[in-house]
Design a protein around this ligand. Structure first.
Ligand code: NAD
Ligand code: UDP
Length: 343
């Protein structure tokens, strides 16, 4: 017969990661847009490990299938390859809306697409949240404070953003996304949460992401020049990804619905940060001063009193500890992929 002449593969049971079995009343259906990206994939891990049903929606612009590969066979996990700028109909209880390129080279690669992702994408997700009465969390950014004239930055600060500079597609996109969240809350009773995330690092960062942590670690591991844009006196505060994921979870599941900064107040000049990474990697790299990037914020540090008071969250991982994990991760990436020339 036709059947016997074909070689029919024998079904094998794929290895499936174990997760707790939650009673139906506790198990939520949770959508994570941008769930194949750096932050999103760590959030997927946390929510899957709690026993929820997780749907990742991603267009794989900067996300990678390998970040979520370990869940692909799990019955509680689904992947939808889709662009948030197009509407979608789903049934769910919570939406974590992360979809948006986050590193300056990525979001500046196609600024029109970046602005569409923040505006049309957020409108689509808010429309979905409204229809199914889901709670929705937006991952906004410290960039909404622009080049801040207040230091550290509290949530009450309105910011100092150039509307027409190279960073504006991202900054203004997130600002209007925040505005949309509160318009839908006020007009349509959508239950909203807004996280303003400060610089975050850790495993699964895209090696070609162009952000300072990945660039410095990759350069120093290869004993190549460490590129400082400007004089290196500008500052940033760096948080490890597991702290951010805990903060997003606490915010989503708490009662507070105004914007909350999530970041580690440990502040460094970019020059000192380069030295720190050079020492930690035992590197022989030189430091190379390049032209300052346009509109680069000169200082940035989160005030985290709101997070402490309203959602009982503060970062736990010291930057040095986080950097050890990140360095180990980038060593593995370099071993697997060979030479990497950061953007
Ligand atoms: P990332 O680039 O790794 O992840 C973004 C994900 O969104 C990717 O998987 C990408 O493919 C997906 N995506 C982009 N455009 C899309 C579209 N139109 N439709 C569907 N999917 C799309 O970045 P990340 O660092 O994980 O950032 C996640 C979120 O956190 C972003 O919203 C970012 O603005 C915010 N954030 C991150 C940081 C940080 O330091 N990592 C700081 C502030 C804010
Ligand atoms: N930066 C740098 N060298 C690099 C990458 C970044 O000096 O190779 C600087 C950048 O100009 C900025 C800071 O490091 O002042 C943080 O940049 P990043 O792109 O990581 O994030 P941003 O906070 O600017 O979004």
């Amino acid at each position: 017969s036709l059947l016997s002449s074909q070689s029919i593969p024998t079904p094998t049971t794929p290895y499936v990661m174990k997760t707790p079995k939650l009673p139906d009343s506790h198990r939520k259906k949770i959508l994570i847009t941008g769930g194949a990206g750096f932050v999103g994939s760590h959030l997927v891990d946390k929510l899957m490990q709690e026993g929820h049903e997780v749907i990742v929606l991603d267009n794989f612009f900067t996300g990678q299938k390998k970040n979520i590969m370990h869940w692909m066979q799990h019955p509680n996990f689904s992947l939808i390859v889709h662009d948030v700028t197009e509407p979608i109909t789903l049934e769910l209880d919570q939406i974590y809306h992360l979809a948006c390129p986050a590193s300056p080279p990525h979001y500046q690669y196609n600024p029109v697409k970046t602005i569409k992702t923040s505006t049309m994408g957020t409108i689509n997700m808010l429309g979905l949240a409204k229809r199914v009465k889901a709670r929705m969390l937006l991952t906004s950014t410290s960039e909404i404070y622009g080049d801040p004239k207040e230091h550290p930055q509290k949530e009450s600060y309105w910011g100092n953003v150039n509307t027409v500079g190279p960073r504006s597609c991202y900054d203004e996109g997130k600002r209007v996304a925040e505005t949309m969240m509160y318009s839908y809350r006020n007009q349509n009773n959508v239950d909203v949460r807004v996280a303003r995330i400060f610089n975050t690092f850790g495993p699964r960062m895209h090696p070609n992401d162009g952000r300072v942590v990945s660039n410095f670690i990759i350069q120093s591991l290869q004993n190549k020049p460490m590129t400082i844009y400007g004089d290196g006196k500008n500052t940033r505060s760096f948080q490890y990804v597991s702290d951010l994921v805990d903060g997003l979870h606490a915010l989503m599941n708490g009662d507070y619905d105004m914007p909350v900064n999530l970041g580690n107040p440990d502040e460094f000049t970019v020059g000192d940060f380069a030295q720190k990474i050079k020492t930690m990697t035992n590197s022989e790299s030189e430091v190379l001063f390049l032209e300052k990037s346009q509109d680069d914020p000169t200082q940035r540090r989160p005030a985290i009193e709101t997070a402490k008071e309203k959602i009982g969250w503060e970062p736990k991982v010291h930057v040095d500890e986080g950097l050890k994990h990140a360095i180990k991760y980038f060593k593995r990436v370099l071993d697997a992929d060979g030479e990497i020339i950061p953007t």
